[in-house]
Ligand binder design. Structure first.
Ligand code: 26M
Length: 822
């Protein structure tokens, strides 16, 4: 019977339509007379979901049978965006299904627009996790992601009078076809309780974590299809639910209502994604999220490991766990607890297994982003884990002491515990000590962590434990899906689509930069992407952005270190300059549309003022008829993955202008260049490696280098550094009220003065303006610019997330591909 009725891949137009109609009638319970775009989306999505589930099953079955080593990517964020278009393209169904939808009376573009983003992430870190899942699937690696199924993703951003307002992102309002609820997979997670000590049958002292309050972690699986493979991997997201059994004794004691209330609190744990990017907040609920997640994930992994009869010391040969930042670091402690307290292993044997299992990726050097948890809070929520952390630290420091006798200083610097009142757990230290590998995310960043924040660890462990794995992006979503016209033009030049699986093949585009005809068509694609964006801008903001202007884009989370403030100050400078020109002089000006987008963390007041300033400048400049189309300023609200897919292909130049040494990598820089956009940037993060790949002629770099930052900051702190005169006149312009009531901007302007200009805007402003001039000049030669654009794309092969994932697999995880059978 299974043979007879088993899955049969139906991927042609007719079977699509059959399935579509069936889903409308059954899944949606609608008649064919009552199908709007949204229903069409749902029916299409369910049809694709069926295909995904077949592949998911086949892949997971193959992996279960073969039982290879697997990697588990632990990330509190997976910023997936939309799934339908991506699944259609990865599965190779877009054409057939597109035809099918059309014949049913819908436009595929409209159908795709119906989907809400899965926005379970803040920015770079979460989107990186999503790109890595795409590559893991595409390259047939046996991999799972583990994360949380937040009821509310990153907030939606609205503007009111130019100020950011936050709205809840209730993304599960309608059914979510991209998840498979596994209501049978439920793991009880506890908090609180106490530790009891006992002597076991062998006379050893043992510990047991007892008591405490429980909640349930329920699994939801999100299938991630690879491109050009049957392989389909899984992201398991946990959702918190009240535990199944009710405390009967309390019920009988008449505490029914109170008991129900506490049960309901269980759902709080996974209610909301914390909206801070590169900033630590010491909230108890956040720590509970972290523990809830790692406890359930480890229990799940160990259950799977135990199905085969293997000895514990083989665990690291079957399981690699990658820690996406310090957020999952408690997993190190929890695995040690399981092995020692529950499985009865000796401490040292257990610790060897633990450290061979984990590897840790650091994503930042910003001090305010480093996770630290107060010891009393950890102790109260997780009493046994706190003991184990102290023990890990004790044994670690004993080894340090042995290697550096009588060096109190290095002990204090390396300690997992920060000795303040109260004490804190330094999660990065714990992650380093509990992992066999630590990596940064771009060459400069990986060197910086070795010479600054983790330099004492390098002294102790030697340099080999610390590696670089330069970030990458998936060319499937970020070129093929977001920029179908450019993808087609590339495929035409290269003869086939192999480049989508081997991005280094893009280098064969280089000769085409010399073809006048190819350049013309390349330009036409960019232009039509700009038209698409201009239409979006008009619809959302009412602003006319002329697609013949230079599109200058900065879209990313709003943060002082990313220096959107410097960008808008530069815009004001340009505005004044334009106003000073004679009509003759104006004829020589390249018209510009300066586009901003990005969310500020709700409690980050300075970042919110930056948004307000951008909108105030936008209002003034756009309303000033005297400068016509020469300058337009746009803040596009609610920047997210789907918007990025429209904005990135439309950019001529994008800005990645962080203070040198502060942006660990950046990944949107890679996306822009891959789409033939040039970049204006500082010598920071992956900009440096992009420069190495594409050449000095194709990038506009400016500003002080990372090794100058300490001295420059020191100068601001202890001397009176005169402000750059161009910057001063821009500030004066704001202060005189040219952009509305200047009093609201005082705290922002003060960051440059009383705040000692920590991000060095005044030090880089001059060279920033110079670089902008070079951009203007270069853009005048359209043909030359287009050559650069083609060469940029051609030389971006290195930045595929496929390359990054292969490096992780070979050098950290020791992982081999396991293709699922076709
Ligand atoms: C921490 C504590 C409490 C609440 C939230 C957080 C938190 C959330 C996200 C901290 C950091 C978070 O993300 C940091 C991040 O996105 N870092 C970026 O990672 C990218 C991928 O490696 C890099 O390209 C960026 O340079 C880096 O800023």
């Amino acid at each position: 019977i299974w043979e007879k009725y088993g899955c049969e891949e139906s991927v042609d137009k007719e079977s699509f339509q059959k399935s579509f109609v069936r889903h409308v009638n059954t899944t949606l319970a609608r008649s064919s007379l009552n199908v709007d775009n949204f229903s069409a989306y749902q029916a299409t999505a369910h049809t694709v979901r069926d295909r995904l589930i077949e592949r998911w099953n086949a892949t997971q079955q193959a992996h279960t049978l073969k039982d290879p080593k697997r990697v588990y990517y632990f990330s509190l964020e997976f910023l997936l965006g939309r799934s339908l278009d991506n699944a259609l393209l990865n599965l190779g169904l877009k054409e057939q299904f597109g035809e099918g939808v059309k014949e049913l009376g819908f436009r595929m573009e409209d159908v795709l627009e119906q989907e809400v983003d899965a926005a379970l992430g803040n920015g770079g870190l979460g989107r990186l996790a999503a790109c890595y899942m795409d590559s893991l699937a595409t390259l047939d690696y046996p991999a799972w992601g583990y994360g949380l199924r937040y009821t509310y993703g990153i907030f939606q951003q609205r503007l009111k009078d130019g100020f950011q307002m936050e709205l809840p992102d209730y993304w599960l309002n309608f059914d979510n076809p991209w998840e498979l609820p596994r209501l049978d997979i439920a793991i009880e997670v506890r908090f609180g309780g106490y530790v009891s000590k006992y002597t076991d049958e062998n006379g050893r002292t043992r510990h047991r974590w007892e008591g405490g309050d429980g909640v349930q972690a329920v699994a939801y699986d999100v299938p991630i299809p690879g491109y050009g493979t049957k392989n389909c991997i899984n992201i398991r997201l946990w959702s918190s639910k009240p535990k199944r059994q009710f405390d009967l004794s309390r019920f009988n004691a008449g505490e029914y209502e109170q008991a129900v209330n506490e049960q309901m609190k269980a759902e709080n744990i996974t209610a909301v994604l914390y909206p801070n990017d590169n900033h630590m907040v010491g909230k108890e609920l956040r720590l509970k999220q972290q523990f809830f997640w790692v406890y359930a994930s480890l229990a799940d992994i160990i259950r799977r490991f135990k199905k085969t009869d293997r000895a514990w010391d083989q665990f690291p040969e079957k399981v690699a766990i990658q820690l996406n930042d310090t957020h999952p670091t408690l997993a190190i402690v929890e695995l040690q607890r399981i092995l020692v307290d529950q499985e009865g292993l000796d401490w040292d044997d257990a610790w060897d297994i633990v450290t061979r299992t984990f590897a840790f990726t650091n994503h930042t050097v910003l001090p305010e982003a480093m996770e630290k948890w107060h010891v009393p809070m950890v102790e109260y929520l997780l009493p046994r884990h706190m003991q184990i952390i102290f023990d890990i630290n004790l044994f670690f420091l004993q080894k340090v002491e042995k290697q550096f006798p009588n060096d109190r200083d290095i002990l204090a610097k390396l300690s997992i515990i920060e000795e303040a009142t109260p004490q804190s757990v330094r999660m990065a230290h714990l992650a380093i000590v509990g992992s066999h590998r630590v990596n940064g995310v771009a060459a400069l960043h990986s060197n910086l962590i070795k010479t600054t924040i983790f330099k004492d660890f390098v002294k102790f462990y030697g340099p080999k434990k610390f590696e670089n794995k330069t970030n990458g992006i998936t060319p499937r979503r970020w070129l093929h899906q977001a920029n179908p016209k450019l993808s087609n033009l590339i495929t035409e030049a290269l003869g086939d689509k192999k480049w989508l699986k081997d991005l280094s093949l893009l280098k064969n585009l280089e000769p085409h930069a010399k073809s006048k005809d190819y350049r013309r068509r390349w330009k036409a694609v960019k232009h039509s992407n700009k038209v698409r964006l201009a239409e979006y801008i008009k619809a959302k903001t009412g602003i006319d952005a002329n697609p013949n202007s230079l599109f200058d884009v900065q879209v990313k989370r709003i943060h002082e270190y990313k220096r959107q403030f410097m960008n808008i100050l530069g815009v004001i400078h340009r505005y004044h300059y334009l106003k000073s020109l004679t009509p003759e002089e104006r004829r020589d000006i390249v018209p510009r549309v300066v586009i901003f987008g990005g969310k500020a963390a709700p409690g980050y007041h300075i970042a919110k003022l930056v948004i307000k300033l951008i909108n105030s400048v936008s209002a003034t400049v756009n309303a000033d008829e005297s400068i016509e189309d020469l300058l337009k300023v746009v803040f596009i609200p609610d920047y997210n993955v789907s918007l990025a897919e429209i904005i990135i292909p439309a950019s001529d130049i994008s800005q990645h202008i962080s203070t040198a040494g502060t942006e660990a990598s950046g990944t949107s820089n890679m996306k822009f260049v891959l789409n033939g956009g040039l970049i204006l940037g500082t010598v920071d993060g992956a900009n440096i490696e992009i420069n190495e790949e594409i050449g000095d002629d194709n990038i506009f770099l400016f500003g002080h280098l990372a090794d100058r930052v300490d001295d420059l900051r020191h100068a601001h702190r202890y001397r009176n550094v005169p402000m750059d005169p161009d910057l001063q006149s821009v500030i004066t312009s704001i202060e005189t009220g040219n952009f509305g009531d200047s009093r609201i901007f005082a705290p922002l302007i003060n960051t440059l003065t009383f705040g000692k200009d920590y991000y060095l805007l005044s030090d880089d402003f001059g060279s920033y303006l110079d670089a902008q001039k070079l951009v203007d000049e270069a853009y005048k030669d359209e043909d030359e610019w287009c050559k650069k654009s083609i060469l940029c794309t051609a030389r971006m092969g290195f930045f595929s997330s496929d390359r990054a994932i292969r490096e992780y697999a070979d050098q950290i995880w020791d992982l081999k591909p396991v293709p699922a059978k076709a």
